[in-house]
Design a protein around this ligand. Structure first.
Ligand code: F6P
Length: 343
């Protein structure tokens, strides 16, 4: 069998571990793999490179994706891009395609399988951990460790200057990164998209803690957190090929409100793409490897239109349709637990 692999959407640590695992398992079965470059753009434009076992071992430690990525959506220009994509699929001689991506990339795989019967198998990835069915996505663990390490560094300067530090995390419309890293750094307050921002409560907590003797404070805010009246904060009005606005800047808004209301000197830090960079954690390498091996199994058994997912400690098969049905927002049990410290 000849299998095409592509990585689409925002990159995350662990993508290369999936590539390595699929290439190895296919080679074990006498198959070959070809890397499609830059996500769906590579299939539309016919850009690819061969992948061999001999060159994939060292990539397990490498962040990003050796194939490149893009947010290309072939359904945005259906009259030109879809015929080109299908033609290139034929030209490359592919028997199957592994799409490694988040809801957008997997949504395209789902439609290509459903509408054109292309043999697709999905692997879920994203630092946001917002994909249905799978308990955790690889990339998330690395991201929360980056946030944790960053805030541990910010804490020392924040404390020296008796300041409040507002740290903005990524995560789009799900609060997984903010909540998990907020718990890990003992944040004084956490703001997530799932719960409207209560700035008055945040200010009360910060003042109370200062009065009780803690002379600095850390607030973690998710980029997608919303004010009840004014909603989300975006970088600019433009949207990407999948219709998503670019989020960012809420940390600055929160910092100003906190400083104005408390009189405590306040700074904000937007961690941004640092959260997606660098080498994957051991946990993400292992999870990505297991998902890649199972995705190759699905291909070998011609289980197209499916994707792999983590359920508890097991890798399971689900459908692409189930995986992209909705956004998996934060399980609020975690936020309740975090809130025990906001008193
Ligand atoms: O989905 C991953 C993610 O990092 C989000 O957390 C963030 O909102 C978005 O991608 C940023 O996208 P870009 O890299 O296109 O700026």
């Amino acid at each position: 069998m000849k299998v095409g692999l592509l990585t689409g959407g925002g990159d995350c640590p662990g993508l290369n571990a999936v590539i390595r695992a699929v290439v190895q398992r296919m080679a074990n079965e006498g198959g070959t793999c070809v890397g499609i470059l830059e996500g769906w753009r590579g299939l539309v434009k016919g850009m690819s490179r061969d992948l061999h076992v001999s060159e994939t071992d060292e990539i397990i430690a490498k962040g990003g994706t050796i194939l490149g990525s893009s947010r290309t959506n072939p359904f945005k220009n259906p009259t030109t891009d879809l015929p080109a994509l299908r033609e290139n699929f034929e030209k490359m001689g592919l028997d199957a395609c592994v799409a490694i991506g988040g809801d957008d990339t997997l949504g395209v795989a789902y439609r290509l399988h459903k509408e054109f019967h292309l043999p697709m198998v999905g692997v879920p990835k994203t630092i946001d951990n917002d994909l249905m069915v799978t308990d955790f996505t690889f990339g998330f663990d690395t991201a929360i460790n980056i946030v944790t390490e960053s805030v541990d560094r910010l804490r020392t300067t924040t404390e020296s200057h008796r300041r409040i530090m507002v740290v903005e995390t990524m995560g789009r419309h799900a609060g997984w990164i903010a909540c998990f890293s907020g718990i890990a750094v003992a944040a004084d307050y956490i703001m997530i998209p799932e719960v409207p921002i209560d700035i008055t409560h945040c200010i009360e907590v910060l003042k109370r803690r200062r009065a009780a003797g803690k002379n600095y404070g850390i607030v973690v805010v998710s980029e997608g957190a919303e004010f009840p009246e004014s909603g989300i904060v975006t970088v600019q009005d433009e949207t990407d090929a999948f219709g998503h606005a670019r989020l960012g800047g809420i940390g600055n808004v929160v910092a100003k409100m906190v400083e104005d209301s408390t009189g405590f000197e306040t700074r904000s830090v937007i961690l941004g793409h640092l959260q997606r960079g660098g080498s994957p954690s051991a946990y993400d390498r292992v999870l990505a490897t297991r998902l890649g091996l199972s995705a190759a199994n699905l291909i070998i058994h011609k289980r197209f239109g499916t994707m792999v997912a983590l359920s508890g400690t097991k890798i399971i098969e689900t459908t692409l349709g189930a995986g992209v049905a909705a956004t998996k927002t934060l399980d609020l049990t975690y936020f309740d637990e975090a809130s025990a410290f906001f008193l």
